[in-house]
Design a binder for this molecule. Sequence first.
Ligand SMILES: Cc1cc2nc3c(=O)[nH]c(=O)nc-3n(C[C@H](O)[C@H](O)[C@H](O)COP(=O)(O)OP(=O)(O)OC[C@H]3O[C@@H](n4cnc5c(N)ncnc54)[C@H](O)[C@@H]3O)c2cc1C
Ligand code: SF4
Ligand code: SF4
Ligand code: SF4
Length: 386
Amino acid sequence: MIKIVEKSKCSGCYACAMVCPKSCITMTTDEEGFWYPEVDIKSCINCGGCVRVCPIQRPNFSKRDKHLTAYAVKHKEDYIRLNSSSGGVFSALASYVLEKGGVVFGAGFDKNFNIIHKCVESVENLAILRGSKYVQSKIGEAYKEAENFLKYGRLVYFSGTPCQIEGLLAYLKRPYENLITQDLICHGVPSPQVWRDYIKYRSAVANGAKPRKIAFRAKNEGWKRYSVSFLFENDTEYRATLDKDPMMQVFLKNLCLRPSCYNCHFKTKYRRSDITLADFWGIKNILPEMDDDKGTSLVIIHSKKGEEVFKQIEQKVIAFEVDVDKAIFYNSAMIQSAKRDSKREKFLSEEKSSFSKVAEKYTKLNYCKRIKGKLKRLIKRILGRI
Ligand SMILES: Cc1cc2nc3c(=O)[nH]c(=O)nc-3n(C[C@H](O)[C@H](O)[C@H](O)COP(=O)(O)OP(=O)(O)OC[C@H]3O[C@@H](n4cnc5c(N)ncnc54)[C@H](O)[C@@H]3O)c2cc1C
Ligand code: SF4
Ligand code: SF4
Ligand code: SF4
């Protein structure tokens, strides 16, 4: 019987399901809401294609350039920067590709605000992909669609988490001159089920109204103190900074990441992608003049192709070369996995019952309340003695 990979190691990249010649691998969700391959053994012909393509079982270390350059970058247009997670570099690169007649793949929302990989063919539609969504994105048929465009000779820009880019490259099997790959410094991806439960909770608070627009990185209070924001169909709004929003708290406290994210196989300095994008968290210490708290990106270039594409956006951005290691020093998620919270499984099994209460119980949100409660009780006691 074919065994694709140990469940805890599988990143859910979809490569095995997409490569199977008999279509006998289905990606199904487990009780935590993450996708895993399930093989229909009756149709399997034991060709081994799924094992060969798996970036965990057969990691490909070839063609990893050992030459890196890094830049601190800001898009010149404030509107784009304010609607992007960091400095808006994704939009600059993607616009360049679209203006050349290419296509761009990245993560967007579906009509129910699930996160899925989508293809955009015009600059007008780029907003669909702009901005980080801190939930695992479903790859679905995206690799196959990208392959069709590549074979047809179109320029393709594919953006995703490092495991998705490795999945794509493994699926494609051969290099394409007309493919540009861009990954991210990736903290990890929360469960799509937790995200759905969170949306349900937010809608209930908004009197049952559905969301019309969601942003994970609204910059009303700045880039570093970003907010999660919801606009509902009944015109009500929710906005909370990362320290107060329960979804961001359970994400950043590593309570709901995919199991593979705690021992990520893709946390390497040298990568097969052409470009890595990230928030330049160390900018205040490295290049303070580039920090206006509207967002600065860290751009790490891994290949000649990446360097060439980056040159093409010179006019659209302000960029300064920086030392790679210094930049990574302030962004350890490039090379280190998130630490598994010992309460992760308990949180995931309980959150379905009442998202907000359970999130409060397991995060600092609750801690703040507890401190406030303690202070109140202390003041009462002191006043009682007077
Ligand atoms: C899950 C996740 C974790 C991250 N963790 C870190 C981190 O620990 N440290 C850090 O410095 N930066 C991290 N980033 C990257 C950071 O949030 C920005 O995406 C990056 O700085 C690029 O920003 P930008 O302003 O250039 O463009 P933006 O417009 O903000 O970039 C959006 C790009 O990210 C892609 N994207 C959005 N959501 C997803 C998703 N769920 N899965 C795959 N691709 C997605 C979009 O397709 C688009 O290409 C993470 C991003 C994601 C999605
Ligand atoms: S061994 Fe071949 S046929 Fe069987 S599941 Fe894997 S890819 Fe599909
Ligand atoms: S190819 Fe991707 S989805 Fe399939 S088993 Fe490997 S990591 Fe999991
Ligand atoms: S942390 Fe690793 S396994 Fe998890 S989504 Fe990011 S790249 Fe994939």
